[in-house]
Design a protein around this ligand. Structure first.
Ligand code: FEO
Length: 409
């Protein structure tokens, strides 16, 4: 049974949704699934823009056939070669043997790598700014390397000003029937998962995202059709472009503090809770506390991108960092997170060293500020360390208040 939706004149959504999937990329928990979007343009020539993940194969081909209405497929535009979007290239070439594959040189190299296909006579290789006319609709291609993978490109439909943005502007979360962001409370339903998607999947490539946004920024855009999540249009589209610009610049969205801790027997946790209370007493009203053993690091990464300040606390384990904290802080570095204000608390019963590992990793990241010297506790905090913790709270609270006007500007 097909499940297509009209996107615009002659343009249809032919994607689908998978809520059975537990882990995106076999790594990131999905609480409510994910959509895989693909789009069909029915014109003098027909063109499919991207395919979908193998998990929703039947839905996709039902949608393909319904949208084509018996016509042949002339073009398949491949904006991104990650297999959650290109799993059906071989099948499509078998079902519509005259289809031409539209991509760039790197696209075709990856098709050969993944599928070992003979592409002789099948390809239309496009370069920056090149156009392809379908009749009433013309597609223009913009290279967007590393807006996740090197072969990524954006496709811009010139008559209706629609941007097919590959992974950019995507979100986790399954299909709810409302395809467009203005048919729902997008910020309530999708913002958290759009941030988690961006920061964990594309977050490393901020400069490349900014370059791609600049490239298409001169065009009128009426609608953004990403490969995951709702189609964007109207005021929320503008807000999402602002969010993307902020995330890609590593600028925090909020003046507040993320507190992430590891704790084996509750002693480090107790210090974090005491510090959180002290911050509240000092007027800080946006505090998020996470146990790295309970919350998957991808959720905490999203908060780290969102908030201006962070406190990291961890026991020493095997003369190193506790694993959950090591994973979190290493991933922050890999994702190029930068420009945050940080405080560190280490714990150890006979040779505390977690604080030195956390400090080293933070110092290896760009433009990070350690607000105070790391605090070290031995098994549990001593009453006489209360003053040191209060001084840490003073420094964090003062710094948040100082940064608040610029962040909210
Ligand atoms: Fe949704 Fe980079 O693939």
């Amino acid at each position: 049974m097909d499940c297509i939706q009209n996107v615009d004149r002659d343009i249809f959504w032919v994607g689908g949704s998978d809520r059975r999937i537990a882990l995106f990329e076999n790594m990131f928990p999905l609480d409510n699934g994910v959509t895989y979007n693909a789009y069909m343009i029915i014109d003098e020539k027909t063109a499919l823009i991207d395919t979908v993940d193998n998990s929703i194969r039947r839905q996709f081909f039902d949608n393909m056939r319904a949208s084509l209405g018996g016509r042949p497929l002339d073009y398949m535009v491949i904006n991104h070669m990650e297999p959650d979007h290109c799993a059906h290239i071989e099948d499509i070439c078998r079902l519509w043997p005259d289809v031409k594959l539209v991509g760039n040189a790197k696209t075709f190299q990856m098709i050969r790598q993944f599928y070992h296909m003979d592409l002789e006579g099948r390809t239309v290789e496009v370069k920056e700014g090149q156009e392809l006319s379908l009749g009433r609709h013309t597609l223009r291609f913009y290279m967007a390397p590393m807006v996740h993978w090197p072969e990524v490109m954006f496709t811009y439909e010139t008559s209706r000003h629609i941007l097919f943005s590959a992974d950019a502007f995507g979100s986790f979360g399954g299909y709810n029937g409302n395809l467009f962001c203005d048919e729902m409370d997008y910020f309530d339903q999708h913002m958290e998962e759009a941030r988690r998607y961006y920061t964990n999947i594309v977050g490393k490539y901020g400069p490349q995202v900014l370059a791609a946004l600049k490239k298409v920024g001169g065009q009128e855009i009426s609608m953004i059709c990403p490969l995951h999540g709702p189609v964007l249009r109207g005021p929320d589209m503008g807000k999402m472009i602002e969010k993307y610009t902020r995330w890609a610049s590593y600028r925090p969205e909020k003046a507040g503090v993320l507190m992430a801790y590891a704790s084996m027997y509750g002693n480090t946790e107790e210090v974090i809770h005491r510090l959180a209370g002290m911050l509240s007493e000092r007027g800080i009203r946006d505090i998020r506390v996470y146990d790295v053993s309970k919350t998957h690091y991808s959720y905490i990464i999203a908060r780290a991108f969102q908030y201006s300040h962070m406190v990291l606390a961890s026991p020493t384990y095997n003369m190193h960092l506790y694993q959950g904290m090591d994973t979190l802080i290493t991933d922050m570095g890999k994702l190029n997170l930068q420009g945050r204000k940080v405080a560190i608390i280490g714990n150890g019963s006979w040779s505390p060293s977690s604080h030195t590992f956390m400090q080293k990793k933070i110092e290896e990241m760009k433009n990070m500020t350690l607000l105070v010297e790391p605090m070290v506790i031995r098994s549990s905090m001593l009453p006489e360390q209360e003053a040191q913790l209060a001084a840490m709270a003073d420094a964090i609270a003062a710094s948040i208040k100082e940064d608040e006007p610029a962040i909210n500007a």
